[in-house]
Design a protein around this ligand. Structure first.
Ligand SMILES: [Zn+2]
Length: 410
């Protein structure tokens, strides 16, 4: 991609109302644009990052046998009335009426829709288990739509739903998803905790949250200083400093500043009983389907990545989700810029080529702001060679084109 053609250009100043780091840096870098409070466009750079986050999630979902599909966002009132959530979830729903006075809701989750699919398509125990997921927009009437892209009224979500013949099978798949989520957050480079939380209105089991440690985060948890035991502040009943109930060795400490990036819910038969979703077991008996749901917010993940990977100059993307692999900076007197760009692309490297006629200092400052992990410079000074500099290092070195390809593993 030629930077001269990239839409839009970076901005020197952060928006006046921006308080959080992700809001300031993602807007300045040209990754996102705010339409209104809590409503964001993913600009081409932001869309690239989220697409890479989604691909990591997709790979780990497919690895545990989940199947991708896509469900609608406009839902009829009737389906939400079946579980009573049309009234119970009133505060967070965006409800609307069409010209014929028919009522709808803009989706804030899809349990009822998956249940309807299961009701139509599941007859016997042989049709189970089922695990389906999609990447889709969610709408939530969020009174505190701030913190940049961390808290939106409209945001992207990957939600997975699984259906089972028994509690045992549901809980065994729940553990698989927990492991898959951990793999995703490890691949994203997060320092995170898997935290026990309450099930809320819809299940009496404990659920789990994936919380990233971030100095600016808003959540609080209690965790063992020795093992991986961690518990949400809503259900924590002990005291700071007491012995961990799990490992019996460590002490419980209070951790502030966390951001929730995923959560998983073993919902049980609550939905199946209300929506009459039954299967026939091996003895011919009708039983309600066991159900669980699992969510990750990719746009929130992008915001959190910026919150934890930045310095005074800008963003520092982890390689796995960087919008480009390489930022190629062309300065006056550079030889073969066209050729280097073309050959890098042919080697399968994703390159942003700064081909613009602007001062070197400006190019470097913008490269640091955008945060691609590797910067290559070609100029009169570098001659036939190419200067390699990593975003996290002050050092640079000169490489031949062959050495560069080898460095990139091409
Ligand atoms: Zn412990």
């Amino acid at each position: 991609m030629r930077q001269s053609q990239l839409f839009p250009k970076t901005r020197k100043e952060a928006p006046k109302d921006a308080e959080s780091i992700n809001h300031k840096l993602l807007v300045r870098g040209g990754f996102i644009d705010q339409l209104m409070s809590g409503s964001w466009t993913l600009l081409p750079l932001g869309f690239r990052v989220v697409s890479k986050i989604n691909q990591i999630i997709r790979e780990e979902m497919n690895a545990i046998g989940a199947q991708e599909m896509l469900m609608p966002l406009l839902h009829p009132k009737e389906i939400w009335s079946e579980t009573g959530r049309w009234d119970k979830a009133n505060e967070i729903m965006y409800k609307l009426k069409d010209v014929r006075k028919k009522e709808y809701v803009l989706s804030f989750t899809h349990e009822e829709i998956v249940m309807d699919l299961l009701r139509k398509n599941t007859k016997s125990y042989q049709d189970l288990p089922v695990a389906v997921y999609h990447f889709s927009t969610k709408f939530r009437n969020e009174p505190r739509a701030r913190s940049g892209i961390l808290r939106g009224r409209e945001f992207m979500m990957k939600d997975l739903y699984s259906a089972h013949v028994s509690e045992e099978d549901m809980l065994s798949y729940y553990e698989k998803v927990k492991e898959a989520y951990a793999k995703i957050f490890i691949r994203l480079g997060f320092n995170f905790k898997v935290v026990e939380a309450s099930g809320g209105v819809f299940t009496d089991r404990h659920t789990h949250e994936f919380q990233v440690l971030d100095a600016n985060g808003e959540d609080t948890i209690f965790a063992c200083d020795t093992c991986n035991y961690a518990i949400n502040k809503e259900i924590f009943e002990g005291k700071v400093g007491e012995t961990c109930p799990k490992c019996k060795k460590g002490k419980i400490e209070k951790l502030n500043g966390l951001v929730e990036v995923g959560n998983i819910f073993p919902l049980g038969t609550w939905y199946a009983e209300r929506m009459r979703v039954y299967f026939t077991d091996e003895e011919g008996k009708k039983k309600p389907i066991w159900f669980a749901s699992y969510g990750i917010g990719p746009t929130r993940v992008m915001g959190t990545l910026v919150e934890v990977n930045n310095d005074e100059k800008g963003i520092i993307w982890p390689t796995a989700v960087s919008p480009f692999d390489i930022h190629l900076i062309e300065l006056p007197g550079a030889k073969n810029a066209d050729k280097i760009y073309k050959e890098l692309k042919e080697s399968g490297t994703d390159v942003l080529w700064d081909d613009r006629d602007v001062p070197a200092g400006e190019k470097f400052a913008e490269a640091d702001l955008i945060g691609i992990p590797v910067r290559l410079v070609i100029s009169e000074k570098t001659g036939e060679k190419i200067e390699w500099k990593e975003r996290t290092s002050e050092k640079s070195e000169l490489l031949s084109f062959e050495e560069l390809l080898a460095r990139l593993g091409k």
